[in-house]
Design a protein around this ligand. Structure first.
Ligand SMILES: [Zn+2]
Ligand SMILES: [Zn+2]
Ligand SMILES: [Zn+2]
Length: 144
C-alpha cells in the first residue's frame, strides 16, 4: 500500500501536482476498496470518515485529476453513475467487467483477449486504437 502511494505520488509530481493530504486520503480509499467500483459519493463518504472537513467538490476534483493521469479509470455501468476504478499498475489497457443483471455484482477480467479484434478494427476502419471498454452483462456464477 505505502509503495503504491509512493508511486502514485511520483506520477503526480512528474505532472507537477502535489499529493496533498486530501488527495492522499482519496487515493487511500481507492486502494482500500480496490475490488469495488465506487462512485464519487461513495469515495466522499469514506474519505469523510477520516477528513470530516473535506468537501465533495475536493474529492470530485481529485478523482478527475487521477482520471486525467490515468491512475484511475472512470466507468459507467449503464445506471447513470460514474464509478472510479484503479488501474492495474503497468496495465496498458483497462480491465474488463462482468456485470450481473441479477445481483449487480461486478467482477473483473484482467486478461485482455481482444488483440485480434483490435487488429481487425484498426485495419478495416483505419482507426488507431488506444484502449477500449468492455462490459459483459449477464448472470454471475453465484446467481446461476
Ligand atoms: Zn474494475
Ligand atoms: Zn449475480
Ligand atoms: Zn481489453
Amino acid at each position: 500500500m505505502e509503495q503504491r502511494i509512493e508511486r502514485i505520488k511520483k506520477q503526480l509530481h512528474s505532472q507537477s501536482y502535489k499529493l496533498t493530504p486530501q488527495r492522499e486520503a482519496t487515493v487511500r480509499v481507492l486502494l482500500e476498496n480496490e475490488d469495488d467500483h465506487l462512485s464519487a459519493e461513495d469515495v466522499y463518504m469514506l474519505v469523510k470518515e477520516k477528513y470530516p472537513e473535506i468537501g465533495l467538490a475536493t474529492v470530485y476534483r481529485t478523482l478527475e485529476l487521477l482520471t486525467e493521469l490515468k491512475i484511475v479509470d472512470k466507468i459507467n455501468f449503464g445506471d447513470g453513475v460514474s464509478r472510479y476504478d484503479l488501474r492495474q499498475e503497468g496495465a496498458n489497457h483497462f480491465h474488463h467487467h462482468l456485470v450481473c443483471i441479477e445481483c449487480g455484482a461486478v467482477d473483473e477480467i484482467q486478461e485482455d483477449l481482444l488483440d485480434d479484434v483490435e487488429k481487425v478494427v484498426e485495419s478495416r476502419w483505419n482507426f488507431q486504437i488506444k484502449d477500449h471498454r468492455l462490459t459483459f452483462h449477464g448472470i454471475c456464477y453465484r446467481c446461476q
